[in-house]
Design a protein around this ligand. Sequence first.
Ligand code: CMP
Ligand code: MG
Ligand code: ZN
Length: 405
Amino acid sequence: MLELNDEAIAELRKIDQFDFDIFKLRRATRDNELVTIVPYVLARHGLIGACAIELNCLFNFVKTLQSGYKNITYHNKTHAADVCQTFNYFATNGGIKDVTKMDNMETMSCLIAASMHDYEHPGVNNMFLVNISDSMAVKYNDRSVLENHHIAASFSVMYSDPQCNWTRKMSRDEFKRVRHMIIETVLTTDMTKHFLELGLLSSRLENENFNPADSKDKELLIKIMFHLSDISNPVKDWRLCKLWTELLFVEFFAQGDMEKMHGLEVSQLCCRTTTNVAKTQIGFIDFIITPSFNTAIRVFPKIAHVRDNCEKNKEHWAGLFDEYQKEQDSGNKFLHIVDQYIMKETKASRRSTLTQGEKKSKQPQQRNVNLTGHQRRTSKNLGGQDEGVKVDLVLRMEDSESSQR
Ligand code: CMP
Ligand code: MG
Ligand code: ZN
């Protein structure tokens, strides 16, 4: 059972939309955005029953992942939840499901893969781990070190505790497919694979045999769209785009500080005294985002609208060169982010550590949400599309109570 308040329910109603705000869900669920969104999105699309998922085990699994994400500014549980929602948008309204004929197992695998995709991220990149001969780099022979870790550590959660093994009702073959899909999608989030995968897609698009519903082309498309969900912050609404970018650079600059401390060469984008964040974003959009989304739009024309956001965001960044120059000149401390965002969130999570009794008395608006898929329908459910929506709000008691008040 999830306890959701009206604010969370209102945001979850927008789960298939591009302007979903994961930060709102984070606040509304008092820092339980990942363990809320994953079961919810699967249930909404009827994937719990269709894929024989053990729901309680899925809750336990995602809860464990959620607490394994570190309290860092970007590679945290909120980003994982954001990738899950963004991929869900691309899969539904973005047209991936229609065009590639992605089946239930594939869709479910990608949505769960999103929750695993940066698990236990330490806030520094692969190059840093390789340069300091971190045990993770040694273990994975310097290759896609973090991505290998995110996958292996997430599967270990599942294997080490039967109560977290949401796949246990699946057949051997089903499990093999799920595991393959998760490994492939998460490995593709390594940015060093970006041009390779995109090049493969571009050449496939020139080939007359290209068939997005054919298994090989389909897998390539799904992997690329998963990767694009991971780097989608520059195509989101300006407020979200700017917030995610600044949160990312808080992490980048902290890595740069550590590199200076270790006497290592400072990685690209990580030096707080020489980086103008606004300028980096123009570069990132021009070299990474625009070409890759343009290629994706050839296959999925329904996502063509992201070009507008992207252009607008570029204009915003271009208009902020001077402002970010001032940030750079004062060492890119992003105090406004630290003050306004991190402190606020800390207060929110302090609230979430209230005792159960305190919680009950302070949160009169909460509703229970039942995700098991076998319950009666109520007049008030979360989805617009009733088909396959297995989430029923157990609102009757609260509704009748509030109408009597
Ligand atoms: P990660 O989420 O692990 O995988 C994709 C990477 O792309 C991400 O980490 C960042 O390192 C990088 N990235 C994502 N968004 C941006 C951005 N706006 N500017 C620069 N780098 C980015
Ligand atoms: Mg990653
Ligand atoms: Zn990521």
